[in-house]
Design a protein. Structure first.
Length: 305
């Protein structure tokens, strides 16, 4: 249904995987250091940072995840042409408490952040649970959204195709092992798992250098609330029905070997939205990291269309 990493295990493992790269060397290579900012939104506060220049692209991540968990290598590619806006949802990481319940409330929070920082309109990239938030934002706040990129998500309700029971179990586990997380995100092959470990090394180096914030804490209550919201999402037909009236151009992207959110979900979204196109990449749930160069090119072509 959505991406959730074992943060405690990840934080314990990342320094060991990061290798001998020095903080100064990693920072110099990236040429960027993240600066967390905070904005008052309603009765809470949202932490965010930005990177790059160009047309704004708001990036929305998955369940139990912070703004620091995007692959730094993908961010470098996207930041060449876009002003990336990365944020912690309410209740996550450096942000204030989440006082809502469903994904409409998270969409409202993102729209409130955009207003607070003077961002009248932006393109959106929503991955996994972030795709739920992005769909609701495009439906409820259409004036805020230029173009919409959805990655490894689903339309909600009875049209959703769930992964195998074993994948659902790991996805619902509050403390999966690193091995289980990597098998969720990357193909369960020797090469796929090697690529997953390389992602962890990149993330570790970026966190140590400051290229991404040292921001990986998510309260257990927030994770439970997000999972409860997902359950409601799967029981309701409202989102799928409203996608049929969505005027926003959509790029629906999927991983051909995604066992968390099978690619048929993205086909159903693309078939439902009037102005949508479908693109399937090699890889599993983290296909946008694994195939980051071709993914970034597809995003750039779509946003320049």
């Amino acid at each position: 249904m959505a991406f959730r990493a074992s943060l405690c295990a990840l934080l314990a493992l990342v320094p060991l995987l990061a290798g001998p790269t020095t903080t100064a060397g990693a920072s110099a290579k990236a040429g960027f250091e993240a600066e967390i900012r905070r904005a008052a939104v309603g009765r809470t506060e949202i932490a965010w940072y930005e990177r790059g220049r160009g047309q704004p692209l708001v990036m929305l991540t998955g369940t139990g995840s912070t703004m620091s968990e995007w692959d730094p290598a993908l961010l470098r590619l996207l930041a060449h042409h876009h002003r990336l806006i990365l944020l912690d949802y309410p209740g996550v990481g450096e942000s204030g408490p989440w006082r809502g319940r469903g994904f409409d409330s998270l969409a409202d929070a993102v729209a409130g952040l955009m207003a607070a920082i003077g961002l009248e309109r932006a393109d959106l990239l929503g991955w996994s649970m972030g795709g739920f938030v992005a769909q609701r934002l495009a439906i409820e706040h259409p004036g805020r959204v230029g173009r919409l990129i959805l990655a490894g998500t689903n339309p909600g309700g009875s049209r959703t195709v769930l992964g195998p029971p074993a994948q659902q179990r790991v996805d619902s586990d509050p403390d999966p092992t690193i091995a289980e997380v990597l098998r969720q995100l990357y193909p369960p092959t020797r090469r796929g798992q090697r690529e997953g470990r390389a992602f962890l090394r990149r993330l570790g180096r970026a966190a140590r250098s400051g290229e991404v914030p040292d921001d990986f804490q998510v309260a257990a209550d927030t994770v439970r609330s997000q999972v409860a919201a997902e359950n409601g999402w799967l029981r309701s037909e409202r989102n799928f029905r409203q996608l049929g009236r969505l005027a926003t151009p959509v790029l629906a992207t999927a991983g051909a070997r995604d066992r968390v959110t099978p690619p048929l979900n993205m086909r159903r979204i693309a078939d439902r939205v009037p102005d949508a196109r479908l693109r399937v990449f090699g890889g599993a749930h983290a296909f946008l990291f694994q195939q980051r160069r071709s993914f970034a090119r597809a995003v750039e072509r779509f946003l320049r269309r």
